[in-house]
Design a protein around this ligand. Structure first.
Ligand code: ADP
Ligand code: MG
Length: 596
C-alpha cells in the first residue's frame, strides 16, 4: 500500500466531540466486565447492602446492575451521565482516595457513549423513581418508573456503535467468566455487601453478606480454603494488612486466586503479589502461587487511586516498604501454623475413582513381613522394620510433637522411600529423601557442615574438563556437604569421604552429578539466591535417597532435626511436600465407616 506522506497526509484537524468521547470511553470500558466493575463500585459508594447483577449473552447483549443504595435525586440524573461530573469530591479538589471507590465522574458517561443505556433511580426520600435514557451518547427521554429506593443501570448492546471494539471481545462464555471473576473480586474487597449474579435467567453465584472475611473467602475459594488457610494481620507503614491465605497445599498454578484490596477497592498490584509469593519462599515449588485474600487499609496520604482510568492500579507512597511489611506479615502467619500437608478430597477423588471395585486382599492369616501386598515381584514391598510381633508404641522409634508438628510413631517404610507413621490424627507418610534433604539444606545454608565418613578405599573418578573446573571452584562447598575429593593421579580425582547419617553412607557417585549441577548454577530454589541454589544442590546429593534402606533409628533422628528447625519445614527446598497426613476421619469416610 502506498503510504506516501505527501499523498496520504491529512491536515491537522480537531477531532469532533463524539470521537473524543468514544476514545475516552474506550479507556474506561474495555469489555463487559469493566462495565460490571464500575457499576458495582457505584452501588457500593451509594451505600448499597445488596446488589444484583443480571447478564444476557455474557453481558454483550445486556448487563443490569440493581442496588438498594441511596439513589440519585431526579434533578441530578442528567449530571450523573455527564462526563467529569461527580458527587464524590468537591469540584476544586483536593483529589485523594477518601472513602469512595470512584470520583473521576467518567464511568456512567463512558458506558452511555458506547451502549444503549438506561439509568433508573429513586432517592431514599422520594416516592417514585425516574429514568433517563442515553443511546450511544445521545440523551433520550426521561420517564417515571416504579422502583424501591435504589438505582438500576441497564446497559444493552455494548459497543454497538464502535464495531472495532466489539470485534476485540471474546466469546460470550469467556466474557461471562471475566464478569463472574470481577464480581468475586469486588465482593472479596467488600464482603459486607450481598451480591447475586444471574446469567441468562440462571443463578450463577450467590455471595451473601459475610460478617467475617474468612467466610467470604471460603465462599469464593471453596470450603477447603477454610480448613487450609491461615490468618495474616499486622501493621504496615501507614496502615494495616489483614486477610487469609491458603496453606502451601492449596497453592494454584497462577496468581489469579490471590485477591488484593486497598481500602475496599479490588486492585492489581504486582509488587504486593510478588512479596506474598516471596513470603512463601521455598514452601512452594516454582510455578505455584498462593491463593487467598489480603486487605490493606492505608491512610489517604499513603495511596493514590487516581492514576488509572479503570482504577485497577493504585500508587503507593512507600511501595517497597509496604511490600516488605506484607512479606514479613505473611511469613509470620505461614510459619505459625501446623506444618503437615493434608490429603485433600481433590487429591483423593480421581484416585478412588480409578480403584477397581474389589481390591485384592492379602491372604488371610498371613501376617509375615512382606505379606501386606503379597506380590513376589516386590511391587509393593513393605519393609517390616518394627512390626515383628511388638506393639509399635513400646518399641518403634518415635518423635515428640512440637510446634504444630504431630507426634509420630514409625511403623515401617514403603518401597524404601515413604516412612509410614501414626500421628495424633491418623496416618502420616514422610518422604525420606525430602525430609533428609530439608534438614541438610537448612544446615548448609547456615554453614553447618554435614557429618562425613571416610571410605575404606578412595573411589576414583575420571572428570571432564568442565567438571574439573567446577571442582576447583566448588571444592570447599563439596567439603561442607561431606564429600572430600582429592587428586588421585593424572586426570583422576578420588572421593575420600562421603556424608554419613547414623551409620548410612552416601554414594560417591553423587559427586559427578553434583558437579554438573553446580556447573549449571545450582538447583533452582526459593528464595533464589546463589547460596540457596548451591545449598539445595549439595543437600539433594548428600541426602538420604529414594531406595536407600534406612535404619529405623535414623527416622527419629531426621524427624527430630526437622522439627527442631527454626522455621518449621513444610516442604523440601524445591517445594515438594515432606509430610502428608491422612486423618482417621478421612480413612473412615474412605472405608464407608460412619462411627468410630
Ligand atoms: P463517579 O463514580 O466517579 O463519581 P460515575 O460516572 O460512575 O462517576 O457516576 C457519576 C455519579 O452518579 C456519582 O458520583 C454518583 O453521584 C451517581 N451514581 C452513579 N451510580 C450510582 C448509584 N448506583 N447509586 C447512587 N448514585 C449513583
Ligand atoms: Mg463511578
Amino acid at each position: 500500500m502506498e503510504r506516501s506522506v505527501a499523498a496520504g497526509r491529512r491536515p491537522i484537524q480537531r477531532l469532533d466531540p463524539t470521537t473524543i468521547e468514544r476514545i475516552a470511553a474506550g479507556e474506561v470500558v474495555e469489555r463487559p466486565a469493566s462495565v460490571v466493575k464500575e457499576l458495582l463500585e457505584n452501588a457500593l459508594d451509594a451505600g448499597a447492602s445488596a446488589i444484583t447483577v443480571r447478564l444476557a449473552n455474557g453481558g454483550l447483549d445486556r448487563i443490569e446492575v440493581a442496588d438498594n443504595g441511596g439513589g440519585i435525586p431526579p434533578d441530578e440524573l442528567e449530571l450523573a451521565v455527564e462526563r467529569h461530573a461527580t458527587s464524590k469530591i468537591a469540584p476544586e479538589g483536593p483529589i485523594e482516595l477518601g472513602t469512595t471507590l470512584g470520583f473521576r465522574g467518567e464511568a456512567l458517561a463512558a458506558i452511555a457513549t458506547v451502549a444503549r443505556f438506561t439509568l433508573t433511580s429513586r432517592a431514599a426520600e422520594r416516592d417514585a423513581a425516574e429514568s433517563i435514557r442515553v443511546d450511544g451518547g445521545t440523551r433520550g427521554a426521561r420517564s417515571l418508573a416504579g422502583r424501591a429506593p435504589g438505582t438500576t443501570v441497564e446497559v444493552r448492546d455494548l459497543f454497538y456503535n464502535t464495531p472495532a471494539r466489539r470485534k476485540f471481545l471474546r466469546s460470550p462464555a469467556a466474557e461471562q467468566v471475566e464478569i463472574a471473576r470481577t464480581v468475586e473480586r469486588v465482593y472479596l474487597a467488600h464482603p459486607s455487601v450481598a451480591v447475586e449474579l444471574i446469567a441468562d435467567g440462571q443463578r450463577l453465584g450467590t455471595y451473601p453478606a459475610a460478617p467475617e472475611l474468612a467466610d467470604a473467602a471460603s465462599r469464593v475459594l471453596g470450603p477447603e480454603f477454610r480448613r487450609g488457610s491461615f490468618r495474616v494481620e499486622g501493621p504496615v507503614p501507614g496502615g494495616r494488612v489483614e486477610g487469609y491465605l491458603g496453606r502451601p497445599a492449596l497453592a494454584a498454578s497462577s496468581s489469579r486466586s490471590l485477591y488484593l484490596a486497598v481500602n475496599g477497592r479490588a486492585i492489581e498490584a504486582r509488587a504486593i503479589q510478588q512479596s506474598v509469593r516471596a513470603a512463601f519462599g521455598d514452601y512452594l515449588p516454582r510455578a505455584r502461587f498462593p491463593i487467598g485474600v489480603l486487605h490493606l487499609e492505608l491512610g489517604s496520604a499513603d495511596v493514590d487511586a487516581n492514576v488509572h482510568p479503570t482504577k485497577r492500579e493504585v500508587r503507593f507512597a512507600r511501595p517497597s516498604e509496604i511490600a516488605e511489611a506484607v512479606r514479613l506479615r505473611v511469613r509470620a502467619g505461614l510459619v505459625a501454623g501446623p506444618q503437615v500437608a493434608e490429603l485433600s478430597d481433590a487429591v483423593l477423588a480421581p484416585r478412588s475413582a480409578t480403584l477397581p471395585a474389589s481390591r485384592s486382599l492379602p491372604p488371610s492369616g498371613d501376617s509375615e513381613a512382606g505379606a501386606v501386598a503379597g506380590s513376589a515381584s516386590g511391587r509393593a514391598r513393605f519393609q517390616q522394620q518394627t512390626l515383628a510381633g511388638r506393639p509399635p508404641e513400646s518399641a518403634s522409634p518415635s518423635v515428640a510433637g512440637v510446634r504444630g508438628h504431630p507426634r509420630l510413631v514409625l511403623y515401617g517404610c514403603l518401597q524404601s522411600l515413604y516412612w509410614i507413621a501414626e500421628g495424633d490424627e491418623g496416618l502420616v507418610l514422610v518422604d525420606q529423601h525430602a525430609a533428609s534433604e530439608r534438614v541438610l539444606f537448612e544446615g548448609l545454608r547456615k554453614d553447618r557442615p554435614v557429618t562425613r565418613q571416610s571410605l575404606v578405599a578412595p573411589v576414583p573418578l575420571r572428570l571432564t574438563g568442565a567438571q574439573e573446573a567446577t571442582l576447583a571452584a566448588h571444592g570447599a562447598d563439596l567439603h561442607r556437604a561431606g564429600f572430600e575429593v582429592a587428586p588421585f593421579g593424572p586426570g583422576v580425582q578420588a572421593v575420600r569421604t562421603v556424608p554419613s547419617f547414623g551409620g548410612r553412607r552416601a554414594q560417591p557417585g553423587a559427586v559427578v552429578e553434583l558437579l554438573d549441577e553446580l556447573a549449571a548454577g545450582g538447583r533452582p530454589t526459593q528464595p533464589d539466591g546463589l547460596v540457596e541454589r548451591t545449598a539445595a544442590s549439595l543437600a539433594c546429593h548428600a541426602a538420604i535417597r529414594a531406595g536407600d534402606s534406612v535404619p529405623p533409628a535414623e527416622f527419629a533422628r531426621v524427624l527430630d532435626a526437622l522439627y527442631a528447625l527454626a522455621e518449621p519445614a513444610y516442604s523440601c527446598p524445591h517445594g515438594r511436600p515432606i509430610l502428608l497426613q491422612i486423618p482417621r476421619s478421612r480413612l473412615d469416610r474412605w472405608f464407608l465407616r460412619s462411627g468410630p
